[in-house]
Design a binder for this molecule. Structure first.
Ligand SMILES: Nc1nc2c(ncn2[C@@H]2O[C@H](COP(=O)(O)OP(=O)(O)O)[C@@H](O)[C@H]2O)c(=O)[nH]1
Ligand SMILES: [Mg+2]
Length: 613
């Protein structure tokens, strides 16, 4: 790097190199420095300091979500207990219900159970892990909550386990597999919201075809992925080596796994015993130390680096905005009174023009909102049509398979109860993907229009008052608002048992069958309508919330930028009555503040842009 000396601004108050900016502590220090400068600068800088405070909170509170996946009884819950160092999650030889458990960092051990149908969550706090485990078991086991009759949607467990303090949320997911096939779909739908996944298979039996297929699906949805081969305590060392080698070769051959997706042979059970008895040697022998190390080193640090980068970038924009305000204040103080008034009038005129542009942008946005809703409605129409054809086929299949009408009916009911949730969970995934693409295509042009609008305020001020203009680069983003985070959805599957009429039994077999078919088809139509409505309602809400959120972000950002610019001008106008000396000292003070803030801004900028500055 060869620059004239005056261009290289050595950060004086901040020191250090830009290269270590991704270090969260260093970033925290820079935020504190910006806050102390802005804190003494007057109320017109409150928005900027609020924005920095918010970024600082994000830096400490953002969480990394790791989903633990796999078939029933592979040892997912035991493995999580081992990582936590206590048996807080129920583990069992019988399958548990389809409810995800989120394990979060907390001061005390407690659990929160969420229900559907607006029932308020239930909280439970206890000293020991076993009490929490028993409490949760009432909601997540088939015996405590058969077929999820209590309508539980999610369980949150809070623990003070050290691993959680690194900013990881662990998610114990319902097992995948043929017994509850729609769990697999629900789990897959949830993955895009996770940062990483750990797949648990066991040494005995070796990985099955179903599991290979599942891993393939997972890999399509999530990059950061690793595999744990559990229950190695059943085997000799040589067997474990062989099983690990086999697993690795299957994953490499069938799914193209590389070293980026490691495989860890462990005994979760041994690991849990080791933690409960504080036996460091056993912990190593269990293989769990490698999983733990991998988690804390690789995953947590990667997430932290990405987050720091995003937060740093935003903070640099906020500092740039504050600087623009200070420069404007400085300039206004130096202007003769009439000149300042004239320029302010001109700026007000510009704002009226900008407001007109905003109304135009808003109309376009409303139109696109309507069109997106209409596109979704068309999509849901096709879902209904698919469902109808598919389910009728299932009924026809059952009728063809069974000579006995009653048996055919029972068969049809069972087959539908299995197929309906799978079908609709799949549609949730597909419709979400469709919406995501649709919304992205529609909102991207609005996003740049919105950014231009906000920047036009700053540009106008810069050109009217003849101060340098620097785009703040604080992007207006749109988040696709998908709520709730994960719901264990309930799909209606049961055809209400309308008994065959008494006289039907005396009808010829062919007529009885046709009557059954009509009866089932009518009921099917109800199921199609009510389930599709469930889907439609959730997706429409996503569309509405996303547009609403985008719109309010724009209005807020525009309002803030105008308020900040006017604040700087007001403040300068107010100070007009000051003595010449006082004005001179104020100007000196502002110059000093600008210098300090420029140093912070310089340290916040990524090293790559350093050379061009
Ligand atoms: N021998 C042995 N059994 C294990 C191990 N991990 C889990 N288990 C047992 O496997 C069964 C299922 O475990 P669980 O954690 O509930 O599996 P999940 O359904 O995948 O959550 C339980 O009886 C556990 O005690 C292990 O490493 N070795
Ligand atoms: Mg489990």
């Amino acid at each position: 790097m060869c620059l004239p000396e005056s261009d290289v601004r050595a950060p004086q108050t901040t020191g250090g190199k830009n290269g270590d900016i991704t270090n969260a502590n260093r970033l925290g220090e820079l935020f504190d420095e910006a806050l102390s400068i802005l804190g003494t600068a007057g109320p017109e800088f409150k928005l900027c300091s609020d924005a920095i405070t918010e970024l600082k909170t994000r830096l400490t509170e953002e969480r990394f979500h790791l989903a633990v996946l796999g078939q029933f009884k592979r040892g997912k819950s035991t493995l999580l207990n081992a990582l936590l160092g206590e048996a807080i999650l129920p583990s069992s030889v019988v399958p548990l219900t389809a409810i995800p458990t989120f394990i979060r960092a907390g001061e005390t051990r407690r659990a929160l159970v969420y229900f559907d149908n607006g029932v308020p969550p239930r909280a439970f706090e206890a000293e020991d892990a076993a009490a929490i485990r028993e409490f949760i078991a009432q909601f997540v086991t088939e015996s405590g909550n058969p077929k999820n009759a209590r309508g539980v949607t999610q369980v949150d467990v809070f623990s003070s386990a050290p691993i959680l303090r690194q900013g990881v949320v662990l998610i114990d997911t319902p097992g995948i597999g043929s017994t509850h096939r729609h769990n697999t779909e629900a789990t897959l739908n949830f993955l895009p919201q996770c940062d990483a996944a750990m797949i648990v298979v066991s040494a005995d039996p070796p990985i099955t075809e179903v599991e290979v297929e599942f891993v393939r699906q997972v890999k399509r949805r999530i990059n950061r992925l690793f595999v744990v081969l559990n229950k190695i305590d059943y085997h000799t060392e040589a067997d474990v080596r062989e099983a690990t080698g086999f697993l690795k070769s299957v994953l490499a051959d069938k799914l193209g796994f590389s070293d980026a997706h490691p495989v860890f042979p462990v005994s979760a059970q041994m690991g849990l015993n080791a933690r409960q008895n504080a036996d460091a040697d056993l912990w190593e022998r269990s293989g769990m130390h490698r999983v733990e190390r991998h988690l804390s080193r690789f995953l947590a640090s990667e997430k932290k680096a990405a987050l720091s980068e995003a937060v740093r970038h935003k903070a640099a924009g906020v500092v740039e905005e504050a600087l623009a305000q200070f420069r404007l204040m400085l300039r206004s103080l130096q202007l003769p009174a009439e000149e300042l008034d004239r320029k302010r009038a001109f700026f007000r005129q510009k704002l009226t023009e900008i407001e007109r542009n905003r109304l135009v942008a808003d109309d376009l946005l409303k139109g696109d909102h309507r069109r997106t809703r209409a596109r979704l409605e068309e999509y849901i129409d096709t879902v209904r049509a698919h469902a109808r054809t598919g389910f009728r086929g299932i009924v026809a299949g059952a009728l063809a398979r069974n000579a006995d009408t009653q048996q055919a009916e029972n068969d049809a009911r069972d087959a539908l109860a299995e197929a309906i949730p799978v079908f609709f969970e799949q549609k949730v995934g597909q419709t979400s993907a469709f919406l995501r693409e649709e919304i992205e295509a529609v909102l991207t042009p609005h996003q740049s229009r919105a950014e231009d609008l906000v920047e036009s305020v700053r540009k106008a001020a810069a050109s009217i008052f003849e101060v340098p203009y620097q785009p703040a680069g604080k992007a207006i983003t749109f988040d696709i608002v998908q709520k709730p985070y994960w719901i264990a959805r309930t799909w209606s599957t049961s055809l209400s048992p309308i008994p065959e009429g008494f006289w039907d039994r005396f009808l010829p077999e062919g007529v009885r069958r046709r009557r059954l078919q009509t009866r089932l088809d009518n009921q099917l139509e109800d199921l199609v309508i009510s389930n599709a409505e469930n889907l439609r309602w959730a997706m429409l809400r996503t569309v509405d919330e996303t547009f609403r959120h985008f719109r309010s972000t724009l209005v807020t950002r525009l309002g803030e930028t105008i308020a900040a610019t006017n604040g700087a001008l007001d403040s300068a106008t107010e100070k007009r009555g000051l003595q010449e000396e006082q004005t001179a000292s104020l100007i000196h003070e502002i110059r000093e503040t600008i210098r300090q803030l420029e140093n912070v801004g310089h340290s916040l900028r990524p090293p790559s842009t350093e050379a061009t500055r």
